[in-house]
Design a protein around this ligand. Structure first.
Ligand SMILES: NC(=O)c1ccc[n+]([C@@H]2O[C@H](COP(=O)([O-])OP(=O)(O)OC[C@H]3O[C@@H](n4cnc5c(N)ncnc54)[C@H](O)[C@@H]3O)[C@@H](O)[C@H]2O)c1
Length: 274
């Protein structure tokens, strides 16, 4: 499975063979927060591409429902109940995956406290809410990544993709704990990539714009607010979960072996990197 060494014989017309491998077939892909929204879509699409998504969510009922949806469509999936902010729970989840499949290939750090958050001025955010958001959105990414790297190191191959947010460069107001948590995810991506590059493990983040999922968020996203967002995008339509799938999946392929420590936007051109 190692794609860290490309020999001369693997080359064809100057293009390393590995660079054309866009497959995620048979990969064991842990998707935290896979029980709804973007995580559910990632799980469905990875399964459709032949991977085995582990739907790891604090909402066990939702995780099971997504797994059933996938198996009913002919795919493979494993639902697991996990609280990403709890080390024992995360370690048990990683152990269960290794026990069942023998390895972990990909971690998508997608779980976060997001849809349930009420926007409010930062000086009105209760300290308890601030701490809870950081515990799930930052400590959760730390704990989950710690829990999977032993298996990835062992096979000399791994992919970590964390879901950050456009809220960081936009400086979205009234969401300071959330914005701070996603800024931390971007910083952690940069540093983890440095520590793991020699082990054949890439670590990247993506920055989605505002994505309409099946979860009702009309409290934070009024029709007017959505229109303002679409007006700022180069591609003038509402973003949907499938818009993110190509980027996330590509980062998990052998073809993306030389991309690490990056945070890549997928937001219809709302923000630009420079
Ligand atoms: N939807 C958007 O517009 C958007 C934009 C930018 C970034 N994002 C990010 O994308 C990711 C998914 O967003 P979404 O809209 O699907 O969010 P969502 O709130 O609909 O789903 C989050 C999922 O995480 C799970 N979860 C929450 N706490 C958990 C915990 N402690 N342990 C395990 N699972 C837990 C929830 O049960 C839920 O299934 C999040 O990281 C979010 O911050 C979303």
């Amino acid at each position: 499975m190692s794609d860290t060494i490309i020999t001369h014989t693997e080359k064809d017309s100057g293009v390393p063979a590995i660079a054309r491998d866009f497959s995620v077939t048979d990969r064991i892909v842990i998707i935290t927060g896979g029980g709804q929204g973007l995580g559910r879509e990632f799980a469905r699409q990875f399964a459709a591409a032949g991977a085995i998504p582990v739907i790891a969510d604090i909402n066990e009922k939702n995780a099971r429902a997504v797994a059933e949806e996938i198996t009913a469509a002919g795919g493979r999936a494993l639902p697991i109940a996990v609280d990403v902010s709890n080390k024992e729970s995360v370690d048990a989840m990683a152990a269960a995956v290794v026990n069942q499949f023998g390895r972990i290939d990909v971690l998508v750090n997608n779980a976060s406290i997001f849809a349930t958050l009420q926007k409010r001025p930062f000086d009105q955010i209760p300290v308890s809410e601030w701490e809870t958001v950081l515990k799930v959105n930052v400590t959760g990414v730390f704990l989950c990544t710690c829990a999977v790297i032993a298996s990835m190191r062992e096979q000399g191959w791994g992919r970590v993709v964390s879901i950050a947010s456009d809220a960081v460069p936009k400086g979205v107001a009234n969401y300071l704990h959330y914005v701070a948590s996603k800024a931390a995810v971007i910083g952690m991506t940069n540093s983890m990539a440095r520590e793991l590059g020699a082990s054949g493990i890439t670590v990247n983040a993506i920055r989605p714009g505002a994505v309409a999922t099946e979860v009702d968020r009309t409290v934070n996203h009024t029709v007017e607010a959505r229109k303002r967002i679409v007006d700022m995008q180069c591609i003038p339509r509402v973003m949907v979960p499938t818009d993110l799938v190509g980027l996330v999946m590509f980062l998990c392929t052998p073809a993306a072996a030389f991309i690490t420590g990056q945070t890549i936007a997928c937001d219809g051109g709302y923000t630009h990197s420079s």
